[in-house]
Every structure is written in structure tokens, then in C-alpha cells.
Design a protein around this ligand. Sequence first.
Ligand code: BG6
Length: 503
Amino acid sequence: MNHPENHILTIFGASGDLTKRKLIPALFELYEQQLLPEKFAILGVSRTVLSDQLFRERMKEFLPSAAATAVRIDRFLESVFYQSIDTSNAVEYKTLKVRLEEIGEALSIPPNYIFYLSTPPQMYQVIPQFLAEAGLNIEATGFRRVIIEKPFGTDLSTARALNQGLLSNYEESQLYRIDHYLGKETVQNMLVTRFSNGIFEPIWNRNFVHHVEITSAETLGVEDRGGYYDHSGALRDMVQNHLMQLVGMIAMEPPVVVEANAIRNEMLKVFQSMRPIREADVAKQVFRGQYTASHIHGQPVKGYREESGVGPDSRTETFVAMKFFIDNFRWAGVPFYIRTGKKLPTRVTEVVIYFKTTPHHLFTYHSDNEPINNQLVLRIQPDEGVLLKIGMKVPGAGFRVQTMNMDFHYNELSTSYLPSAYSRLLLDCMQGDATLYSRSDAVEKAWEYVQPILDAWKNNPEIPIFGYPAGTWGPEMVDGLVEEGVWRRPCKNLANDGEYCEL
Ligand code: BG6
């Protein structure tokens, strides 16, 4: 692995939640693993006036406080600095430039800069523009990279405008659009499972696969993010980005080499092959839901419309289930299903490949006499691992078949260091590797795919939004979406399933 070059990482939005909860801990994790460059500094930037010292103290609260690491925490914090500027005022970027030069001089760090935009999305156009006006986009003396958080646009036209604005001042290779799902070890492992095993690849196609189901369920509701979420909804918040990335990983052709553009080209081809859902078909292929008040484990739980920041008659979806096809040689005719929602019975993200049944059924089957669809479950979180469901003989007389589990749990692999998604992604950017970041064309293609759904919901208020009691698997009619099958009811533990397993 290349060690990253010495550089300064500037975090815009330094007083925000993401900085203290995710970014600073992820950077500390890299420091502890000795993966940061020898000469390195973090410069927090936001409007609040703070000294370096006060900023360090605030960040310290979010670092692991075990006594053994106290000295190391202090040493790490010595490389953390703070600069207050009004980021919506172009003139103030001169102050930022001077500060970067001062830190660079004091610590002998060459002018290699990464700028992380952990700000409200309205600033994604403004900050890179003002950085460019201050000359901080030019790579003559060192690298200049910009990391942009999600949401990347709120629809196709805003995403296009954002790309255009960014690309007028930066090369694509300088832009790192983050999707933290790509930073998850288990998401990357999907490529390894598929392309390093002779047994999976030959059957990974329409000849053997019956259908594919992708679930990303959360037990949490919108918490304190009601204000943001009510303008977003599950389709924008989860499907356009995280779930589309999972579809890309599961469905793509093998890349020619393991290299950023080769992998991103294959990802793009999947998005290009997804059959557009026409506005007129949205009501049949895409179901939306919203959680209603209920009781979970005997405790009363608020409905979405009672959450703070949410309108009392909001029609924002907290649940989406949809069916679609990928029109290419590998997947022609194979239905894909996606389901995601808040306040579902358990937190789980997984992909299930349902294989076709045997062509002729010799044996009698357990319970309801149904031949089994072998299932391969790729579990992203929690209890990360892989599960294969296969038919086995019930011991004793006759030839009765029962479905059994063969499971592998990721935590059995080794005790070696598993990076968090943010530390993996930050390290990749430091090394100039954009493989796990989204490219402009793929982001736009993903928006192009969901845009007719957004339009249909906006233009046809009669398309229903179904209520579901918090703590259930979404609206009842969603069960009818999967033809010839049922949704898996996953539990916290990979090998368990069933409606009520969390009780
Ligand atoms: C974020 C969404 O991008 O992903 C959140 O904005 C969601 O609403 C989160 O909760 C889910 O991420 P994870 O890693 O917990 O599955």
C-alpha cells in the first residue's frame, strides 16, 4: 500500500456533527494505525469563532478515552488547527490560504491540500468556487482534492448543475464524491466473493438466478433530522445513492483490472442498463410508505408526522420497495427488488440471491411441500457474513428435504484491523485512489433513474403513500410486489429469519 504524501486536510463545517462523530474519530483511527503521512495537519473551518485549543478540546470528547491512549490523543490533537471564516464570503478565502501556508511552513508540509465539504449542501457549489478564485484548485505545486458529502444534488437537474459548476474549476480526478456504503468492508467484499470464486461466477446470471432482493432496514426513525429528511425521503436518502451502489456491485461485469476507472466504468454500465420505470408504471412498481405511531416492545412510539421538523400532513416516504429489471445479457428477465425503510423491526442491510429450483423435483419437501430456492445471503451489516441456504435430507426413513444454513461470519476471519467506512475512504483520497468514490457520470445516471419516480409522486398525488406501524416490515401490500415469492424476514443474526425473531 502506498503511504499518502504529506498534506493538510481542511474540513469545512468543522463545528458540525459529522466532523466530531465520524471524521475526527476516523482520522484518529488512521493515526493509531500509523497510516497518516509523517507530516500531516487537520484544519477545521467554520464560522464560529474558536481558538485551536478550544477546537481541540471539543474534538477530544469524541475520541476513545481509554487511559492508555491519552498521551496519543494529545499528540494527535497537536496536528489539529482551527480557522474561523465566513465561507460564503469569497474575500475570506485569502485568510484561509494564508493560514494553510503558515501551517505548512511551521510543520514543513508541502502545499498538498484536501478540502472536505462537511457542510450543508447549499455550500457544495460555493466553497469549491471560492477556493478556485483564491487559486486553491491549481495543482502546480501540489495536489488539490475536494471531498463532497452526500446528498449530491436533490434531483437530476441540480446534480447536473453541481457537476457542471465543479468541473468548470476542477478536473474529475480532483473530485471525490462520497458514498459511505462503498467504504464498508462487506460491500467491497461483494466484488471479492463474486470474482475470486470459481463456483459463483458461472451461476451469477439469468440462467440460474431467479430473482435478487436487496434490503436496507433501520430501526431508527428520523431522530433529530426531521427538517432535512422531510425534504428528502427514502428514495433520495437511500435508494439513489447507497442502494444503487449495491445494485452496481452485485450486477456489474468483472472489471478488466482493479483500478478506479475500470470499476467505475462497469458500475456505470449497470446503471445504463437498468430499465427506466415509466411515470405511468410507478404506482405498480414502486411502493412508498410512512411509519405511523405504534408500540414497540410495549413502549409507545411516535409516528413520522409527530417527529420534530416534520409537517403534520407530510407525504414524505420513510419506506420504499420497488421492482426493476436490468436489460443486458447477464440479467435479462431477472427481477430485482429493493426495500429500505426507517422504524423497521431490525437494523439490517443484505443482498439475497435466490437461485432457480431444480428442473425436476424428486423429493418431498419440508412443511408445505414447496421445492426450495437456494438462497445466497450477502450480509453487509450487522453480523457481517455470507449464508447459503440449501436442501438436506431429514435423517430417518424416506427422502424428505429440509432447508439448512451454511454460514460464514466475517468476524471469524481474523483479528486484523477492520477500518471504519470513513477512515477507509479518507485514506483512499489521501492516496489519490477514487475507486470507492462516485464518478460524475454515474451519479447523474443514478439520478436519471430515480427522476421519473420523483416526478410521478409529485405530479400524481393520487399515488398512495401507505402507512405502516413503526416496528413492522412496511406496508402490507409490499408483500404482493414479489411475484412467486416472499421477502426474507432477516434478523439481527445472519442465520435467523422470521417475522418475530427480534422479540
Ligand atoms: C445516510 C442516510 O446516508 O445513511 C441516513 O442519510 C441513514 O438516513 C444512513 O440512516 C444509513 O447508514 P448506515 O451506515 O447506518 O447503514
